[in-house]
Design a protein. Structure first.
Length: 699
């Protein structure tokens, strides 16, 4: 599976503010408990050369959340996301036109393209949502016929989220495909460098461009899942692991070490002491008779030491074979992580980590023939399996029984157990990652809900009860059934250590949450834009205040002055500056067109411009926003339509908005309606837009 990560980097921002903001924006949703969310997400940051950065896995964390966090911080920043080992995505924050988005696809950008094989390449048309087709751009002038081969190449990039403007397509339409693609590679690199410059991100333009064109990138990097991204991060000055990554990629392979005649000291026996502990554990007959477990499921036993504590016990397996059955004649393997030995009547295995007791890892430790024998032991074989941790002897466990008809009949255990308890616990261990359990009764379900609220692994997972069933979100490793195990079987297994560890971890989480809330509140106060004390309007979705864009003293005003001149030249008049509590760190400087059918909006924070857009509402209730912000999505089912035009100048963006209005007339038979030209009317329109988006979120 390809390595898929996010890399999020911010300039000129305190690390504690970065951690506080991202702990809030990327944590899983959970209901308030005593006015707070129980589990913050801990973001481990690194600092170097003016950057604060961190990495996260793409599983469970979305790029949209990370970009939302960068918007809150309102500092120059970068958000990279890798995908499938063949591309990465980049969002640049800090430029006067708002976020800039890029797709860097390794096949397209990784090398100069040649004419070889061009005649064999075909492309498919990009599928477009029929409800949004009327807002698709027309073919470039003079390109009404079949698409060029570069158009097909650009359409493939569009399917992956890359945007190649029509002007560039038209400029290369008559070139051979490989020449057009090579020109695109250079254009793409120039666009990224320009975005860094516009955002005020220090960089060496020539060095960045060389990396984007894969110049000097090693074969190791070409074959890696991250491609040229580590080298780009190193060139940008993030340092740390990225510099080390590049050094390792450029390091020549080390020669094979020469074998020495002298024998070194014997390897340390990692499992012998643990075996002695297990073999010393007294076995007691299972009360009520043996409990059966299909032999192929014997690895379920690892659930028990996991539920009893957080240590890493070793696992010991002894197999006594019936008379006449011999283990495979092949030499026993000596793989790292385990030790395999023949015994008088079979074999025994010592695993340095109990987690190696799984079908996936046993094959590497035992070898295929021995692994098959362990998975399907013959009738009459005896299995003796134990877990030992010298640092937590009270949690050591042992299970012993014979095979009959493919079923392991566990007849003796340590600690002493009844058949009912052991069978029920094995059933609990059968489906640990489903995120739901069926309790004995509703009383146990209620107790489980209460315990989950203070369990460090579940408190942010929103547990829900439906009769005897309890479900929790984001439980991929079976924390919920482990909690049931500790609640239900505390008198049978030693679980007190796990309970203490959970309580301590929960206390640490609460303290961390308090610290992050304090840092977050202070950061929010610093980010909040100036506004009047008395609210202009209190709506159903938010509270709104009058603001003054010119009071943003940390923001250069040249961009604002340049923008103001554009709508003024188009006949717009200034409505005013507005702040909503729902997004209190963003000020909206708004103009209205002479015909009253369109708002022009410049968005900014204290330290950064977020871009601009034009907004209109139609008689059928739908809204069209023509914007430079590419981090938005249309939702035609609730009347939300976006036409995204990254990098388009303000005047050109308005002409594009009028084009979109014409498309609405032709395709939907609806006309734009006049908008309120007062700041109060603008607040009411914004509240209605928030309500429409909330309707979408509830669906």
């Amino acid at each position: 599976m390809a390595v898929r990560i996010h890399v999020t980097a911010v300039r000129g921002c305190p690390a504690d503010e970065v951690r506080a903001v991202f702990a809030e924006v990327i944590k899983p949703p959970c209901p308030p408990q005593d006015g707070e969310c129980a589990v913050p997400v801990r973001v481990e940051t690194a600092e170097h050369n003016g950057w604060v950065w961190f990495t996260t896995s793409v599983w469970g964390v979305s790029a949209a959340d990370l970009n939302r966090g960068l918007c809150r911080l309102a500092r120059p920043g970068l958000q990279f996301t890798t995908s499938d080992g063949d591309r990465w995505y980049l969002t640049v924050h800090g430029g006067p036109q708002g976020q800039a988005h890029f797709l860097h696809e390794f096949h397209a950008h990784g090398a100069e393209h040649t004419a070889d094989g061009e005649d064999d390449e075909d492309g498919d048309e990009v599928e477009v949502d029929p409800k949004l087709a009327f807002l698709e751009d027309d073919p470039p002038p003079g390109r009404a016929g079949p698409k060029s081969r570069f158009d097909l190449f650009a359409d493939e990039l569009a399917e992956l989220g890359g945007h190649v403007p029509g002007e560039f397509r038209a400029a290369v339409a008559d070139l051979p495909r490989h020449e057009a693609v090579n020109r695109y590679r250079g254009w793409h690199a120039d666009q990224v460098v320009a975005a860094f410059a516009a955002a005020g991100i220090p960089h060496d333009g020539a060095a960045v461009r060389a990396v984007l064109l894969w110049q000097g990138v090693t074969e190791t990097e070409h074959g890696g899942d991250l491609g040229n991204l580590p080298r780009l991060l190193s060139v940008l000055g993030l340092g740390g692991q990225w510099d080390e990554w590049v050094r390792d990629a450029e390091k020549p392979p080390e020669p094979e070490p020469e074998l020495e005649d002298e024998e070194g000291p014997p390897p340390e026996d990692e499992v012998g002491p643990a075996r002695a502990l297990v073999e010393a554990l007294p076995l007691a007959p299972v009360t009520g008779g043996p409990a059966g477990l299909p032999a192929r499921f014997m690895t379920r036993l690892t659930f028990f030491p996991e539920a009893c504590g957080s240590g890493e016990p070793k696992c010991l397996i002894a197999v006594a074979l019936p008379a006449g059955v011999e283990p495979p004649a092949d030499d026993l393997p000596a793989e790292a992580g385990g030790k395999v030995e023949r015994t008088a009547d079979g074999f025994r295995v010592g695993l340095t980590d109990y987690r190696l007791f799984s079908p996936r890892h046993l094959k590497d430790v035992l070898g295929r023939p021995l692994c098959r024998l362990l998975a399907r032991p013959p009738d009459g074989a005896t299995l003796d399996i134990g877990f030992a941790n010298p640092d937590a002897p009270a949690q050591n466990q042992r299970y012993r029984g014979t095979i009959s008809g493919g079923v392991w009949r566990i007849a003796e255990t340590h600690p002493p157990l009844s058949r009912e308890v052991l069978a029920e616990a094995l059933e609990l261990a059968a489906k640990p990652g489903r995120g739901r359990v069926r309790c004995r009764d509703e009383a146990e379900a209620e107790a489980l809900i209460e315990a989950a609220k203070t369990d460090p692994n579940l408190a942010g997972g929103t547990p829900h009860q439906a009769g005897r069933e309890v479900r929790v979100q984001y439980d991929f490793v079976g924390n919920l059934p482990k909690l049931v195990f500790r609640l239900r079987y505390g008198d049978s297994w030693e679980v007190s250590a796990a309970v203490r560890e959970a309580a301590e971890a929960y206390r640490e989480q609460q303290e961390q949450a308090r610290q992050m809330r304090r840092a977050g509140a202070e950061a929010a106060r610093r980010r909040a834009v100036p506004r009047e004390e008395v609210a202009l309007y209190v709506g159903g979705q938010s509270r709104y205040w009058r603001s003054d864009f010119e009071l943003l003293t940390e923001l250069e005003q040249e961009t604002r002055e340049k923008y103001d001149a554009t709508p003024a030249g188009l006949g717009f008049r200034l409505v005013g500056d507005l702040v909503a509590k729902k997004q209190r760190d963003i000020v909206l400087r708004t103009h209205i067109s002479a015909d009253g059918l369109c708002y022009g909006v410049l968005m900014a924070k204290r330290t950064m411009y977020l871009g601009y857009e034009y907004v209109g509402r139609f008689a059928d209730g739908s809204m069209l926003t023509t914007t430079t912000n590419a981090a938005v999505d249309s939702h035609p089912e609730v009347g939300i339509f976006y036409k995204v035009c990254p990098g388009l100048a303000a005047g050109e963006l308005y002409r594009k908005h009028l084009w979109g209005v014409g498309r609405f007339r032709a395709a939907r038979g609806t006309e734009p309606v006049p908008l309120d030209g007062t700041l109060l009317g603008l607040a009411m329109e914004l509240d209605a837009a928030f309500a429409r988006r909330a309707t979408r979120a509830e669906e």
